[in-house]
Design a binder for this molecule. Structure first.
Ligand code: SAH
Length: 187
């Protein structure tokens, strides 16, 4: 099973209808759609991506699947998420997903960066409710990817008392440069 699917499988039973979720890296929109379907018609999903193309594609998918009304997507970096979601999100978000790296089939030079990823993770932690889930899928194969992975691991270590691991899954890739998934729960 792909790590993206594993994340969905693990998170799905924990998302309550009517809750608030955030997709920190909209990308192709598959996580956004998953979150939108999971929170249901009374829920809210906020999504962030720096690429207009990603936001356009995701909007198309969400519209086709009749979930667009409960989603608000921003063509803005996730390092600014805290100032773009409504104030009632603070301490109230049930799930926040990060699927890092570059947009597949897109411009591979536009990737997430350690500094902004860490800033976004800090904000995500503040927005999460107690018991809320932080999902981070990190890619180590592209330039800068391994460094980003290491910095996230270090940050998670420093947050041990506040974020407890639900699942930490390495990919089958034997060279240690494949994707890595963390599912963390805010304690
Ligand atoms: N690597 C994954 C897909 C990741 S898509 C896979 O292979 O399936 C990652 C998305 O993050 C891209 O669409 C990219 O535009 C976006 N991104 C890059 N920097 C960002 C930032 N600062 N804030 C939000 N999204 C960002």
């Amino acid at each position: 099973m792909r790590l993206t699917e594993l994340a969905h499988q693990q998170i799905s039973p924990l998302i309550k209808a009517g809750s608030i979720a955030i997709d920190a890296t909209v990308g192709n929109g598959f996580d956004t759609l998953f979150l939108a379907e999971s929170v249901g018609r009374d829920g809210r999903v906020y999504g962030f991506d720096v690429q207009p193309l990603a936001i356009e594609l995701a909007t198309l998918i969400l519209t086709t699947r009749k979930c667009a009304d409960r989603c608000q997507l921003f063509t803005i970096g996730h390092e600014l998420m805290a100032t773009h979601v409504p104030q009632n999100c603070v301490g109230n978000v049930s799930v926040i997903m990060f699927n890092l790296g570059y947009l597949p089939h897109g411009d591979k030079s536009i990737t997430t960066q350690p500094l902004t990823t860490l800033a976004a993770l800090e904000q995500a932690f503040t927005l999460l409710q107690t018991g809320g889930i932080l999902s981070i899928l990190s890619y180590r194969g592209h330039p800068g990817g391994l460094e980003e992975f290491r910095q996230i691991r270090q940050w998670l270590n420093s947050m041990q008392a506040q974020l407890s691991p639900m699942l930490q899954q390495d990919s089958a890739n034997p060279d240690g440069r494949g994707p890595f998934l963390w599912l963390m729960q805010k304690t």
